[in-house]
Write a protein that binds this ligand. Structure first.
Ligand code: ADP
Length: 547
């Protein structure tokens, strides 16, 4: 053995910040203001403000390891906190602004947040729990809006203004050396299938994930890109785009609170965004908006969709109408989040049905991540594209436990059990067919709720479809299709069942149907099946039976 001669140089957030400020100081963070001229700041200005913010936080008593929370939309100040907090050695805790008050209070207390930075427009939401945050020592409000409701906090924690605090500080903060394995940021899972759990990212995992985001195997952003980050910075690091932008020099487009299709499409058209990332429900909303008007999406060279399975029609219609190839990615809070992206293999002609087939995969295993599928006994299954099992992953940006909760049931011999069920083929393309908790177990066989939803949403009369398993005396469980029809759409349960019959095996076709005005969504816009199961158990909706 000879020792390596390489420098033991720490992979930390300060290094990302320094690179963006120095090499790409002229790249921009552009925040949408709802119309008119957006707010612009260069990366050099963002970095200077990050230095000032770190100075202000240190003055407030924030020491290495302390948690500083953000309760913010995607905007410039949130980006400044993304750099200042980890780079000063503290831990950035991004709070999901859409959590229920009980969950929000619980995670602020569980994480022991010392300071909370909050957008003025979100003060009323935070104020709902302000009497339940005993450990918070200061609130820092971004913007000039009313902060009065926070003053009522029972601890008498001061409520300060972000811009006033920064004005008193110097831009050149002396960033300390940090251990690359120490905590940089903290995010709780959105709790689609259980209570939120805290995932703590290290500097090293953050750096490596950001490098992976830059690679062409994942997002492949370059300095020539203008990236519209629709995915929230309050949940799983906006898929690594903020750090990826500072490493690559890509301009960041931040929508703020304006997530409606009219704003997003105007932003794209005016600022000529080249890439965007969003969950399928946002992409669908943009598509629906474009059905009655002309949209200029010509600047987009690509889009990524993740967080839930994208319906096939979504990929097809975007390509037909706008020439936009949406690529699906897979990941979770526990995986930083990117674990794979479904770029078709070389030789596949864009725009062909075969191309869409590949893009309907959930992803291809990302470089740096290892994946396997296992059966119910934990035995590894083959990579043959047909064997179905639970997906397990490991790697330098995959969590190995949870914050103050080792949760051994979530791990298996050092691999994270994802709770996702799927197949993987010989080239590492994987397909999520369901979540363990959503798969329908009918007579000893599994039915994929995702597959049924996909087929149903391809029916011209159907706007949304969520399929859940409901108890059945003969088969244990059978699928119940919860369908939302388009405003101008008409279809009966019999017609929809007939529509499915030549698409899936006969025994998989649901015989239980209900029609709803809307499918409940989670805080990050995914179909939320828990409330549907409860509504069914409570007899809250009428169920029809087809033959
Ligand atoms: P939560 O687990 O509370 O939903 P996450 O944001 O961590 O919060 O969600 C991760 C989950 O989202 C994955 O485990 C998977 O079920 C789902 N998911 C993510 N990307 C995809 C995709 N491309 N296709 C299907 N499901 C996906």
């Amino acid at each position: 053995m000879i020792p390596s001669t390489m420098q033991d140089f720490p992979l930390d957030v300060a290094a990302i910040l320094r690179h963006g400020a120095r090499v790409h100081g002229g790249s921009e963070c552009v925040t949408w203001t709802g119309g008119g001229e957006p707010h612009r700041a260069t990366f050099a200005e963002v970095a200077a403000n990050a230095g000032r913010l770190a100075g202000a936080l240190a003055r407030l008593g924030v020491r290495p390891g302390a948690r500083v929370a953000t309760f913010c939309w995607n905007n410039q100040e949130h980006l400044e906190a993304y750099f200042a907090v980890p780079a000063m050695g503290a831990v950035l805790h991004t709070l999901n602004i859409r959590l229920f008050p009980e969950q929000l209070a619980h995670i602020v207390n569980h994480a022991d947040d010392q300071v909370v930075i909050v957008d003025d427009t979100l003060v009323p939401l935070l104020a709902r729990v302000v009497d339940r945050l005993p450990a918070v020592e200061a609130f820092v409000v971004v913007g000039d809006g009313d902060a009065g409701p926070l003053e009522a906090n029972p601890n008498g924690a001061p409520v300060m203004r972000y811009h006033e605090l920064l004005a008193a500080e110097e831009p050149d903060h002396p960033w300390p050396a940090v251990d690359e394995r120490s905590a940089a940021s903290l995010c709780y899972t959105s709790g689609t299938t259980g209570d939120p759990k805290g995932v703590v990212y290290s500097h090293r995992s953050t750096f490596l994930h950001a490098m992976a985001v830059l690679s062409a195997s994942l997002v492949g952003i370059t300095e020539a890109d203008r990236v519209l980050a629709i995915v929230p910075m309050f949940h799983v690091n906006a898929w690594g785009l903020p750090y990826g932008a500072f490493l690559s020099g890509a301009t960041l487009h931040m929508p703020g609170p304006f997530l409606q299709p009219e704003h997003l499409t105007e932003f794209i058209a005016r600022e000529r965004s080249t890439l965007s990332s969003a969950v399928p429900t946002i992409w669908s909303a943009i598509l629906a908006y474009g059905e009655t008007r002309e949209l200029d999406l010509s600047s987009l060279r690509g889009g990524t969709s993740g967080g839930a399975a994208a319906p096939r029609v979504l990929l097809e219609r975007f390509e037909e109408r706008y020439g936009l190839r949406i690529i699906q990615g897979w990941g979770m809070t526990e995986t930083s989040p990117l674990g794979g992206m479904a770029f078709p293999p070389p030789g596949v002609e864009p725009g062909t049905p075969e191309d869409v087939d590949w893009r309907m995969k959930s992803g291809r295993v990302a470089p740096g991540v290892e994946m396997r599928i296992v059966d119910a006994d934990g035995a590894e299954l083959p990579w043959d594209g047909t064997a179905v099992g639970e997906i397990e992953v490991r790697g330098p940006w995959i969590t190995g436990s949870y914050h103050r909760d080792p949760a051994p049931e979530k791990f298996h011999d050092g691999w994270l059990r994802t709770g996702d069920i799927g197949t993987i083929d010989g080239r590492g393309y994987f397909q999520i067919t369901d979540r363990v908790k959503d798969v329908i177990k009918s007579g000893g066989e599994w039915i994929s709720s995702v597959e049924l939803e996909n087929h149903l949403m391809a029916h011209p009369a159907v706007a949304e479809a969520a399929v859940i398993g409901v108890p059945d005396p003969r088969w244990d469980e059978r699928p119940l299709a919860c369908v939302v029809l388009r405003e101008d759409g008409e279809a009966t349960a019999e017609e929809l069942a007939a529509f499915l019959r030549d698409k899936v095996a006969r025994w998989q076709v649901p015989e239980y149907w209900t029609f709803l005005d809307e499918v409940p969504k989670t805080t990050v816009g995914k179909f939320y099946k828990g409330p549907l199961r409860k509504m069914h158990a409570d007899g809250a909706f009428k169920v029809e039976r087809t033959g």
